[in-house]
Design a binder for this molecule. Structure first.
Ligand code: SF4
Ligand code: SF4
Length: 684
């Protein structure tokens, strides 16, 4: 064995041992974390891995940064073959990987040389972009520690690898000229070094070789101690990502279904997370896309989802150091309380925009709900929310109203009668209209229920409500973190439903819609949002819409729990499109990029500190799009946006209505036209 081979062997073994040791230490916290089954539906997981992982499908949302990342990633994959080859050359100068000799090798040599050029340019541009343009998304007003320098280290190392290989190839060409294909990087190096003596070229050749391999192995060991751990973890993280709809909230524990068997609920310390959620922390690229889309961050609350990942990862690195002793248990900060503040957690609307934006499928809603479960168990709940929870527990609704008045909106419906009836135990109907609390008790939101009832009547549907036997769907309760109370409410509703017979459930509230679909209601029949039913009635010719004679411009605001969490973007637009002559416009942030109005969870019951209300910001977006009427399909959105109309002084300028109210106006227009026609016929 030559001295060079020995040195090369020592270098590789030392690097691999170091890398293995660092990984072992990094995964210490995963080994202590909660279980999380993630190996089901392998075919689906592989598909997502190909699309989101290798295909980088979420990157182009930010065009410049996305394209640069795709170029570097593709280059990384292509050049990894070259890196392995250079490691092999340390043992045998003629080494090539199977399939990469002969014509295959020549083709690859050209491909990798052009790739290296593209990667080098992409690295330089990425560095310049950070240095010169300072994209706002890279800095975070809530950051406690900056990791920005790590990006320069990584980009610099990648650039160094490209340059080293070019020098290695270029000097090789001068020393041993042959039938060299066109390779811009190698040729440029050869041109640059053409005047050097043979011994100098030989020194540069071997220096470049060592420089490449040392940099490569240093890069490997540096990844798990930096924010660039994602280079290793992102593909597995995408493969292991959540397959259930994002509107589904994870149970407190995956391995225990009975809450009474759990010693405690929720996540209070790092090790209480599931191993997958810790892997998420390691995978965060610190790109800031989640916070850039987060309505809570945009309105100046103390929440930045990105910082939840970064602070958690920093703590994991600190508590489980690669070298040295772990800090004693009493030397650790309280995770939920100090590292992550309750104010951050209560600021989240669970809108899911962060998850939609994340290029490496990091989950936030489940983590935040898990941490809230801990706060609830500690009794650390904002006072107004405590009152809401008490009302829900005692009365079955968050308004503290007597349950017997739950169907009052229906009894007071005028002038054409209720359109739906109250179903007593044992009754049957085709449709169960699940109103949920807001649409049953809030006087403004009752208008949505009345509009829906008249649409059901007009289209000849056999529909009913459960009256005082219905209680709150528990959707917000669950996301607040009160799992026990949620289960009580859900079971009460299930019991009431089992006493009645119906073929499908319809609701005007996307939160109830999401609860009925994704919160373990186990309904063995279709659940529809009212926009879906109206679209269906229009298609079937059971509902006809007439011009409403309004010159104003309308826009649709996608409710998070209808759109992003349940993928329904089309039905409301089809319904609006069926109204002849209605002028519509899309907001820039629509469909899966919709901006939460703030009603997503707590705002009706609790409002934390913020610089601006989310509803006000959303209303600005509608005004910027040129709309005077914002149509939504969620009672919470309607209330929040109506409040924003008042607080931004736009009364008389902008109007907020629910889709059912819009349709009701359009059918009233039809009724009026028909009445006028009938009246005219009678006169004649
Ligand atoms: S769910 Fe919405 S509010 Fe909560 S962190 Fe994500 S983007 Fe922000
Ligand atoms: S969570 Fe995702 S989107 Fe947010 S900073 Fe990390 S990688 Fe970027």
């Amino acid at each position: 064995m030559t001295a060079s081979v020995l040195a090369h062997t020592i270098l590789i073994v030392a690097a691999l041992v170091t890398f293995g040791w660092v990984l072992w230490q990094r995964f210490a916290v995963l080994r202590l974390s909660a279980p999380d089954p993630r190996t089901d539906h392998i075919a689906l997981r592989l598909k997502r891995l190909l699309l989101v992982g290798f295909g980088q499908s979420r990157q182009p949302r930010y065009l410049v940064a996305g394209i640069l990342h795709i170029l570097i990633f593709a280059g990384f994959i292509i050049l990894s073959i070259r890196s392995l080859t250079l490691l092999g050359i340390g043992f045998d100068p003629g080494f090539s990987l199977p399939g990469f000799d002969g014509s295959g090798g020549r083709f690859y040599a050209v491909l990798k040389d052009y790739t290296a050029l593209v990667v080098l340019v992409a690295c330089i541009l990425a560095m310049l972009r950070r240095l010169v343009f300072h994209p706002a998304r890279y800095s975070d007003r809530l950051a406690v520690k900056s990791h920005g320098h790590e990006a320069y280290v990584i980009l610099g190392l990648i650039a160094l690898l490209m340059v080293a290989d070019a020098l290695f190839e270029g000097t090789g060409r001068i020393v041993e000229p042959g039938e060299d294909p066109h390779m811009p990087m190698a040729q440029s190096a050869a041109v640059l070094l053409a005047g050097f003596s043979e011994p100098a070229l030989s020194t540069i050749h071997s220096g470049a070789f060592w420089m490449h391999n040392v940099a490569l192995l240093f890069f490997l060991c540096y990844l798990p101690v930096s924010k660039h751990f994602h280079v290793i973890t992102s593909l597995p993280n995408v493969f292991l990502s959540k397959l259930k709809p994002t509107g589904h909230v994870k149970p407190p524990r995956h391995d225990v279904s009975d809450l009474d068997e759990l010693p405690s609920l929720g996540v209070g310390k790092l090790e209480d997370f599931t191993w997958k959620h810790v892997l998420d922390f390691y995978t965060c690229t610190d790109c800031g896309r989640c916070s850039d889309h987060c309505p809570a961050y945009a309105t100046g609350t103390p929440l930045s989802p990105r910082m939840i990942s970064i602070k958690s990862r920093d703590l994991a690195y600190e508590m489980y150091p690669v070298v040295g002793k772990k800090p004693p248990a009493n030397g650790r900060p309280t995770f939920v309380g100090e590292t992550i503040s309750p104010e951050e957690l209560w600021a989240c609307t669970t809108c899911g925009a962060c998850e939609e934006a994340c290029p490496v499928t990091i989950e936030y809603v489940d983590k935040i709900v898990d941490m809230r479960r801990f706060l609830v168990e500690q009794g650390d709940v904002p006072p107004k929310l405590q009152k809401t929870m008490a009302d829900l527990e005692q009365r079955g609704n968050p308004f503290g109203k007597p349950q017997r008045t739950r169907a009052k909106w229906l009894q007071e419906s005028e002038p054409d009668g209720p359109g739906v009836r109250v179903l007593e135990a044992g009754d049957e109907a085709d449709i169960l209209l699940f109103t949920d609390s807001a649409a049953a008790f809030d006087p403004r939101i009752q208008e949505i229920s009345r509009s829906m009832a008249s649409i059901l009547q007009l289209s000849g549907q056999d529909a009913g409500i459960m009256g005082s036997d219905e209680v709150d769907s528990g959707h917000e309760v669950r996301r607040i973190g009160e799992e026990g109370l949620f289960e009580i409410l859900r079971d009460q509703n299930m019991e009431a439903m089992e006493e009645r017979s119906f073929k499908r459930v319809v609701t005007t509230d996307p939160h109830a819609f999401n609860a009925l679909k994704n919160d373990g209601y186990d309904l063995d029949l279709p659940v529809l949002h009212h926009s879906q039913l109206m679209a269906e009635l229009l298609d079937a010719g059971k509902l006809e819409l007439q011009p409403i004679g309004d010159e104003r411009t309308y826009t649709f605001h996608d409710p998070c729990y209808l759109g992003r969490h349940n993928g329904e973007y089309d039905a409301p637009r089809r319904v609006m499109g069926a109204i002849p002559g209605l002028t519509t416009v899309e907001m820039t942030r629509s469909k899966n990029r919709s901006f939460c109005c703030g009603g997503g969870l707590l705002s009706l019951y609790h409002e934390g500190e913020s610089e601006r209300r989310m509803g006000e910001k959303r209303l600005d977006m509608a005004a910027d799009a040129g709309a005077q009427v914002v149509v939504t399909a969620c009672p919470f959105c309607m209330i929040n946006l109506e409040d924003a109309v008042k607080t931004t002084g736009r009364e008389g300028e902008m109007e907020i209505i629910d889709l059912a109210e819009l349709v009701s106006r359009s059918t009233n227009a039809m009724s009026n036209t028909e009445s006028a026609a009938n009246a005219k016929g009678e006169q004649n």
